[in-house]
Design a protein around this ligand. Structure first.
Ligand code: NAP
Length: 359
């Protein structure tokens, strides 16, 4: 689509830093002139009209830490990473497989820039993974999977899952649900999970072979030692919630040469305890890199380059993965959506409907 005006004005959520509210503001995108005098997206960029954004804990963690050392960077900080919508314009020399008119989903990754809770988004596909929407899901579901499924894929990357014994800590988190499904698809023999009993049936349908209720057993170390007695040490431990319960006996739980991958570190949250937890896990990662511990410890981060996203889209298109949506909030109700996200009780993804798709 070409535009007759050199700018697009639109509404977006933004905040100055965590001492200020997250508000709807007026934003502008500047376009450039195309070969026929029409206005199009700038070179290397894709312009999208957004239908849905989905929220992730990183959104509010960033909001809470921004009053600190990040205070002076960007006083129009956007909110939200995941999006779905339609490609409106593609600038010259843009390396992408998507085309104008395609329905797409992806992740806007520049953390201290704009956000996906906005009517329009201009992104660079070099650092913001984007792909065409699977035809078997709607645009709401499309916005729900990119960041969490991409993270799950990264957590399991290069792990020989076939016939393995794997633990998924936090199996009910949005990331954990995909880790369990991918471990099952990858052929893991035993998948032992921690999750509350309210999701017992679901987590077992996704692939768990046995479960530990973290609410009954907040320190689940004895249950893990019991499992080792029954069927041997674990090949892999994947932590999607954060915690350090297993480290006192880790050499008796995880095989020598096994892998412990976490996306959170030793303590969840965003306060002082989380900071100390991060320092401990970064130190452990360093010791692992230096070969000072008997297993591979890694804090896994989402791969922003997005080499994984077409494969992820294909798994959904082939109906191999179940997608989970907790709730959909209207654009005006971001505050309520964030409250639900922060409660830690969301059962799947929380979405913001920026604009209802046409039938
Ligand atoms: N490093 C990265 O690149 C990266 C990427 C994505 C996410 N993350 C981080 O990973 C974490 C999970 O993110 P998410 O979006 O998947 O979370 P989420 O969907 O918001 O997780 C909510 C779930 O957490 C579970 N939970 C609550 N307390 C728990 C506990 N003590 N132990 C185990 N599970 C518990 C609850 O499940 P029950 O039903 O079992 O109670 C709840 O349904 C967040 O800290 C997030 O910031 C990091």
């Amino acid at each position: 689509m070409a535009f007759t005006s050199p700018t697009i004005s639109y509404k977006a959520y933004a905040y100055k830093n965590g001492n200020y509210p997250i508000e709807i503001i007026d934003e502008t995108i500047h376009l450039v002139k195309g070969p026929n005098g029409e206005f199009i997206a700038p070179k290397g960029k894709i312009l999208l009209k957004i239908n849905y954004a989905s929220l992730n804990p990183v959104d509010y963690k960033l909001y809470h830490i921004k009053p600190s050392f990040l205070k002076f960077i960007n006083d129009k900080q956007g909110f939200g990473r995941d999006f779905s919508g339609q490609v409106i314009s593609i600038g010259s020399n843009t390396n992408t497989e998507v085309k104008v008119g395609d329905f797409v989903q992806g992740i806007y990754t520049p953390m201290l820039d704009k956000g996906s809770c906005a009517q329009y988004l201009l992104l660079d596909p070099k650092n913001s993974p984007i792909t065409t929407k699977p035809t078997n899901i709607d645009l709401a579901k499309a916005a729900s999977w990119p960041l969490v499924l991409g993270t799950a894929i990264g957590l399991l990357k290069n792990l020989p899952l076939k016939n393995s014994k794997i633990a998924v800590l936090g199996a009910s988190t949005s990331v954990g649900r995909y880790v369990v499904q991918l471990a099952r698809i990858g052929g893991a023999k035993e998948i032992i999970t921690t999750n509350s009993s309210k999701n017992e049936q679901l987590i077992s349908e996704l692939g768990a072979t046995s479960q530990i209720d973290y609410r009954k057993h907040p320190n689940f170390l004895p249950q893990f030692l019991e499992s080792v007695k029954e069927s041997g040490e674990f090949d892999f431990i994947i932590d999607t919630f954060g915690g350090a319960q297993l480290f006192p006996e880790i050499n008796h739980i995880l095989k020598k040469g096994g892998a412990y991958h976490s996306i959170v570190g030793d303590a969840p949250g965003h306060g002082f305890a989380a900071l100390i937890g991060s320092i401990k896990s970064i130190t452990r990662q360093l010791r692992s890199k230096l070969g000072l511990i008997d297993y591979n410890y890694q804090i896994s981060l989402l791969d922003n380059m997005g080499g994984w996203i077409n494969g992820a889209r294909d798994l959904i298109q082939q109906d191999k993965l179940r997608i989970f949506i907790d709730s959909v909030y209207p654009f005006e109700e971001l505050k309520q959506a964030i409250e639900k996200l922060e409660s830690g009780k969301a059962d799947g993804k929380i979405l913001i409907e920026v604009e209802k798709p046409l039938a």
